[in-house]
Design a protein around this ligand. Sequence first.
Ligand SMILES: [Zn+2]
Length: 448
Amino acid sequence: MHAGFFPLPDRPRFALRNLTAPGSLLPKHAVTGDLCRIDLLVENGRIAALEPSGTLPDALGPDLNGSMVLPGLIDVHTHLDKGHIWPRRPNPSGDKTGAARATADDRAARWTPEDVRRRMDFGLASAYAHGVVAIRTHLDSLAPQAAISFPVFREARDRWAGRIDLQASSIATLDLFLRDEGRELADIVAESGGQLGCVTAFADIANVPLPPEFDRALTTLFALARERDLDVDLHVDETGDKEVLTLIAIAQIALRVKFRGKILCGHCCSLALQTDERIARTLDACFEAGISIVSLPTVNMFLQSRQPGITPRWRGVPPVQEMKARGLRVAIAGDNARDPFYAYGDHDMLDTFTQAVKILQLDYPVGDWIDAVTANPAAIMGLTDRGTLRAGGPADLIVLRARNYSELLARHQEDRVVLRAGRAIDTTLPDYRELDDLMAELPAAARH
Ligand SMILES: [Zn+2]
């Protein structure tokens, strides 16, 4: 039963009239500016027509009086396997070192297939209720976890098919690709139709100055990806140490080996601390190599520049405006949810977008930045049916009471109506109590 803020017709063919939509997501004939008034016709679960407002007859459906409409949102960088372990494994220091250690301890002790499956499902249920239609998750891949988590992921992908399109990328430290384990992991990723990924840092070798092993490991990663026709997804330079800058090296190696797959680089925080000249040179190389960028602003703000008793002096985020201006495809994503890397988060991409606009100052004007959570991640994930509003596309929509970015960004939009195949879904979020039994202390005998 639909209990939204407007009367939704209960028939297979209906219109939503006088909506406001981002121009960058619309077919050209309906574009009048950054935000455009449109009428939208739904037929049998798909968008049948998008016209300038005032085109479709009143009898077809309600006048929304300017309410904004968005396509289902896309989260191209998450960690569903880590999600919601915070109550049993908080981050003692709130920084990245504490996060990595707490997560590794929890993984070793508790990440059984059942544990991963239930926490993953909780995250997916939250995302679905918020209006997210596609997610790429990273999966911790240090042996033996890849062999546990990838099969769980494949089952989740089947279970959620038609609700959330799921992709998975591996993640481990770069030294994996100096060993046979790199090839074994690439096989697991290929078997799962995933992306080959890692953190571009070693567990035990410093990245400053860049050691010869860096080139060797990354060249191997690209070769393994190419042999299996895999795209690549990397965690890059998530640090406030400005001496660490592997991004330009990644671009140079990709160019040298002529890698033809897609490359997505996440985080890239330390680039913001370089000189303008070095930023420009790095972005030139990224553009040449066809690298796309995903920024994770909420998590960067949480982890970066954290010291006890000291208020952060920088925001910890990459120069996304310069990246976009240089022609790179830029996405924004949610990253972690209630785990040692981020104490908060709920897989709500509308909230992530709202926070991103404020953290990264993506206003003056907001312009087409909504592409960073819609069209751009759809392109990165190769989802041709997602991320835009177009005739023939699925009527998987979010309708807001807000009529413009001022109203959207100022309030939480908890009364949003989420349509899937033209029907309103139940937007009730799962209750944290569902996970209480997983958060209990292990009996002493089971701890080791
Ligand atoms: Zn991440």
